[in-house]
Structure formats: structure tokens, C-alpha cells
Ligand binder design. Structure first.
Ligand code: NDP
Length: 293
């Protein structure tokens, strides 16, 4: 069994980006974050993204808005960033307050600045295999983990657990693309799937993104399976200072004994998401420079 070290792979992507940004003369890429409210997880995620941007040499700008903000006020803030030629990428940290429509908010961001890849235009481009669009960071990170670990997908059966807009659905689209990695036969499972273990047992590559701790057990996979565990689940742990620890959707101890490759949680897919956000920001910057030139 080979452990897929997401921290190491993300670090090498960040190093590649740092080198590339270091060669830029003149303007540097700029990513703008909008955070609404004080949700502790959002505070921590945005801080992590700011730190990574700084390390690479990408400038970040943070707009903090109150939980009580209206959609109109939020849209006005997005419009300011859309209109600012120095801002290359815009990220609106989810979750947003319940009274704000997330899809409408993501669609307010100009597609060319939508480095999160949540905009309808970019999702459409993914469906059409138009590489000018931005791919959502977590599925894009999954592709990099597969590619850089040398996992073969062509002609293989990839089973995706979960059909969310931000992980399961785009991951399935990427695996069926006429590309490498890709060219796989893809099955997507969700909460209404009948006889799910019978399907997961056929997987050469299993991408688990359902948010259910230890859901995938050893009896649900075949020998030699490659596992990408996207799930991040908090479970109580009295031995931890925080009182909890993070585990994936896959029961690591038993499944890893049958797997060829497997991602740990934490330290697998998680670090890739931030690295791919930076990758998208640099791409947005280069596209804007090309348009101006
Ligand atoms: P969602 O809750 O949006 O989607 C979960 C999906 O799993 C749905 O399609 C749902 O089916 C399906 N599902 C839920 N329970 C079952 C079940 N018992 N059997 C089969 N399918 C089931 O989650 P996300 O896609 O946003 O996230 C999934 C996991 O990935 C979470 O743990 C999240 O924390 C993690 N995550 C990790 C990231 C990272 O950077 N590592 C980034 C984003 C998410 P249905 O559609 O029928 O309801």
C-alpha cells in the first residue's frame, strides 16, 4: 500500500507556483477573499488561504462583511472587485448566511475571476471540456493527486460516492473527460443508490465524498483499489486538546490493507484544495495579462 501524501504534493505545487510568480516582472497576481460573518471554520480557512498566497507571492485582499448583510449589499461588494482590474481572482467563503442564495452569489462573480470554479459558466465549460474555464479546487486537486501518484484511470472503473456540485459531480466529469487522468468509466453513487457495496466493490478507483465517517469499509472494496478520501468528519476524541479529531469517509485501518494507493485524512485531499486555488489565481492573472497585452 502506498500512502498518497497530499501535504507533500500540495507543497510541490506551491513551490512550482512560487517559482513561476518569482519570475514575473511588474504586477503580481491578486486574489480577493470575501468572508461573511465569523464562522470559526471560515475564519481559519480564509487565514490558511491568505498565508499560502503570501508564501507564493500572490497578494491577497480581505473584505469582511457582517452576518446581517443583504444580498444587494454583498453583490455591490462583489461588483467592486469585478470592476477592479488589479483583482484577478475572487473567492467568497462558504457557507454564507441562510438568507443569501449561494448560487446567485457565486454567479455574480465574473467567470474570468471565479477561481473557485463555482460559477455556472465555469461548470458549463467543464461539461464541454473547455479548458479555458476554472475547475473547482477540490476536484482539481483530486486530479492532481491521481496524476502525481501515477494512478491509471484510462479504461478503469472510477466510482464516485457523492453528487454534490462542488465535489462529486465535477469529480465525475473530470474522470470521464477525454484526458489523462480521465478516460474512465464512471459510476456516481448517492443516497438513493441501491446495493451500493456491490458497485463500490467494482471500483478500480474510489472517490469518496459523502461526509459520513468511516462509511466505506474493507468488505466494500476489492483488492488493489485506489482510494481518494475527500470526507472530513469530526469525531469526538477526549485525548485531543480540541476534543475532536478529523476522519474521512473511508475506514482507513481496514481499507488501507487492501488498497494500492490511499489518501489519509487529514493530509490527503485537504491541502490540495488551497494549492489549486492558488493555481487558478495565477491562471486568471496570466489570462488578464494576455488580454491587456
Ligand atoms: P454534500 O453534503 O454536499 O454531498 C454529499 C453527497 O453524499 C450527496 O450527493 C449525498 O447524496 C451523498 N450521500 C450522503 N450520505 C450518503 C449515503 N449514506 N450513501 C450514499 N451517498 C450518500 O457534501 P460535499 O460534497 O460538500 O462534501 C462531502 C465531504 O467532503 C464532506 O465530508 C466535506 O467536509 C468534504 N469536503 C472536503 C473538502 C476538502 O478540501 N478535502 C472540500 C469539500 C468537501 P444525495 O445527493 O442523494 O443527498
Amino acid at each position: 500500500m502506498q500512502l498518497i501524501d497530499g501535504n507533500a504534493i500540495a507543497a510541490s505545487i506551491i513551490e512550482e507556483l512560487t517559482t513561476e510568480v518569482g519570475t514575473l516582472s511588474g504586477k503580481k497576481p491578486v486574489v480577493a477573499f470575501i468572508r461573511v460573518g465569523e464562522d470559526p471554520a471560515s475564519v481559519s480557512y480564509v487565514r490558511k488561504k491568505e498565508k499560502t498566497a503570501e508564501r507564493i507571492g500572490i497578494e491577497s485582499r480581505l473584505t469582511l462583511l457582517p452576518e446581517s448583510i443583504t444580498s444587494e449589499e454583498l453583490f455591490a461588494q462583489i461588483d467592486i472587485l469585478n470592476a477592479d482590474p488589479d483583482v484577478n481572482g475572487i473567492l467568497i467563503q462558504a457557507p454564507l448566511p441562510k438568507h443569501i442564495n449561494e448560487t446567485a452569489t457565486f454567479n455574480r462573480v465574473l467567470p474570468g475571476k471565479d477561481v473557485d470554479g463555482f460559477n455556472t459558466v465555469n461548470i458549463g465549460k467543464l461539461c464541454q471540456e473547455d479548458s479555458s474555464g476554472f475547475v473547482a479546487c477540490t476536484p482539481a486537486g483530486i486530479v492532481q493527486l491521481i496524476k502525481r501518484s501515477g494512478i491509471e484511470t484510462e479504461g478503469k472503473h472510477v466510482v464516485v460516492l457523492g453528487r454534490s456540485q462542488i465535489v462529486g459531480k465535477p469529480a465525475a466529469l473530470l474522470m470521464m473527460q477525454k484526458a489523462c487522468p480521465g478516460n474512465a468509466t464512471v459510476t456516481v453513487c448517492h443516497s438513493r443508490t441501491a446495493d451500493l457495496p456491490n458497485i463500490t466493490r467494482q471500483a478500480d478507483v474510489l472517490i469518496a465524498a459523502i461526509g459520513r465517517a468511516n462509511f466505506v469499509t474493507a468488505d466494500m472494496v476489492k483488492d488493489g483499489v485506489n482510494i481518494i478520501d475527500v470526507g472530513i468528519n469530526r469525531v469526538e476524541d477526549a485525548n485531543k486538546k480540541s476534543g475532536y479529531r478529523l476522519i474521512g469517509d473511508v475506514e482507513f485501518a481496514t481499507v488501507s490493507a487492501k488498497a494500492t494507493h490511499i489518501t489519509p485524512v487529514p493530509g490527503g485531499v485537504g491541502p490540495m484544495t488551497v494549492a489549486m486555488l492558488m493555481h487558478n489565481t495565477l491562471r486568471a492573472f496570466k489570462a488578464s495579462q494576455a488580454n491587456q497585452g
